[in-house]
Structure formats: C-alpha cells, structure tokens
Design a protein around this ligand. Structure first.
Ligand code: ATP
Ligand code: ZN
Length: 226
C-alpha cells in the first residue's frame, strides 16, 4: 500500500451487500482501478483515487484514524459506532457526506409472531438480541424501558428460537428473514441506506480539490439515478 497522501483513499466493503453497488457508483464517476493480487487494495488508474477493500464495520474507524479519506458504508454502521463513541465520551470523528440511495434497510425490533404487541413497556425485564447495542440502548433509554441487551455478532434472528432472547433488534429489508424465523417487526428504530462517509472537517488542499471533483461527479451520477 503506497503511502502517497496526495492520492485519495476510499474504503469500501470487500464482500457483501454494498461491495458491488459501491464500486459501480465510483466507476460511474469515471474511476478505474488495477487490483492487487490479495484484492485488498485497488490502485486508481484514471484518477489518483485508490480503494481499500475491508469489512464494513472497519470503515468508520479507518476514517477516524485518517487511514482513509472517505468510505461507503451503511448509515446504520455509522450511527452505531457514533453512538458507541458518544457513550464512551469520545468526540465525533466521522459524518455522513452524501446519502447514496442504495442498500436501503431499517433497524427493527421484532418479537415472536404469536405474541401481541402493545407498547415498548412490555419489553421491561426482557432480553433483546442485537448487533446494534448502542442504537438499541439509546432507543430503550428514550422509551424509559429497562431491558437486557444480548450482544450477538450474527444470526440474531435465531436467538428467540434458541431461548437466548425474547425479542431481537436487527436490520430488515424485505422482512423475509424475520418471517422465516416466525418473528414480526413491531417498531422501526432507524432508517438506513448506504452513505458516503467522511471526516468531520474538510480535507486539506491537495486532496480537497480531488474530493470536490469527486463530489461533483458523484452528485451528477446520483441525479441521473434518482
Ligand atoms: P462484513 O463482512 O463487511 O462485515 P456484513 O455481514 O456486516 O459484512 P452485509 O450483510 O453485507 O454486512 O450488509 C452490509 C450493509 O448492507 C448493512 O450494514 C446495511 O447497511 C445494508 N443492508 C441492506 N439490507 C440489509 C439486510 N436485509 N440485512 C442486513 N444489511 C442490509
Ligand atoms: Zn459487518
């Protein structure tokens, strides 16, 4: 990985839902790349803009640390990590620069199909499985509900069947996964889509001009799509 800080570095998801649409969007802004053998780094050929291919969860931290200038990531991941930073007293270190109009989903609270839903108060004393502890805890606090947050990194939707939790808080798009697990969504906590994430402040002069060029092209591409 060349250090070259006159070049711009954008982090995108290596594999997963946002990997292809993120690359396609950047390609539609006139970028092309040469891929390294390990497929972790793509060297920009048409513009001095390189890609770093990573886990989506790493993207906000890479921006906060200045390792990458920008990233394409779900707003849900940004908000969760922002919430975790806030809870630990850390200053905000990244923000949403643009909404990108793909990767739509929402963070939903879901309970077993057979149970009646009346109000958040019924969650009091219950266990809720999630990969989004900060967003769930903020919502519980807002609702004045004390529940146990069970942190799971994956397969959250099977937790109720396993007797691990009474409810879940997970990302939903079509709802098919919930239905397949005999769960029903009852509250939407957070609406999400893919976003262009960047630092709180503008970038320095050399890369700033490159970012402006990129944003102009991106805004043009987004206008055509929407
Ligand atoms: P990684 O290996 O990069 O950590 P991941 O398993 O965390 O991948 P994906 O499942 O590929 O991530 O989801 C990436 C993003 O896609 C989510 O953070 C979210 O913003 C968006 N998304 C859209 N629809 C859904 C959905 N139905 N379930 C989960 N994520 C969705
Ligand atoms: Zn992830």
């Amino acid at each position: 990985v060349p250090a070259g800080r006159d070049r711009l570095r954008i982090a995108i998801q290596k594999n997963g839902r946002l990997a292809e649409p993120a690359r396609a969007l950047l390609a539609s802004c006139g970028m092309s790349w040469r891929e390294s053998r390990d497929r972790l780094f793509c060297y920009g050929e048409s513009l001095p803009v390189d890609l770093l291919l990573v886990r989506d969860d790493d993207i906000p931290g890479l921006i906060a640390d200045g390792v990458c200038d920008l990233g394409i990531v779900g707003r849900n991941v940004m908000a969760e990590q922002d919430g975790a930073r806030r809870a630990s007293g850390a200053a905000p270190a990244f923000r949403e620069w643009r909404a990108l109009g793909f990767g739509d989903c929402h963070l939903a609270l879901a309970i077993p199909e057979g149970e009646a839903w009346e109000s958040p108060a019924q969650l009091s004393g219950k266990r809720i499985a999630t990969s989004y502890p900060a967003l769930l805890s903020e919502w519980l606090a807002r609702e004045g509900v004390q529940a146990e947050v069970v942190l799971l990194s994956g397969s959250v939707e099977i937790a109720p069947r396993l007797g691990q939790a009474d409810a879940i808080c997970d990302l939903v798009s079509s709802g098919a996964t919930l239905a397949a697990n005999q769960l029903k969504p009852v509250v939407t906590l957070f609406e999400s889509e893919a976003v262009l994430a960047g630092p709180m402040q503008d970038l320095d002069a050399a890369r700033g001009e490159l970012v402006e060029l990129l944003l102009r092209r991106l805004d043009g591409a987004l206008r055509i799509r929407n």
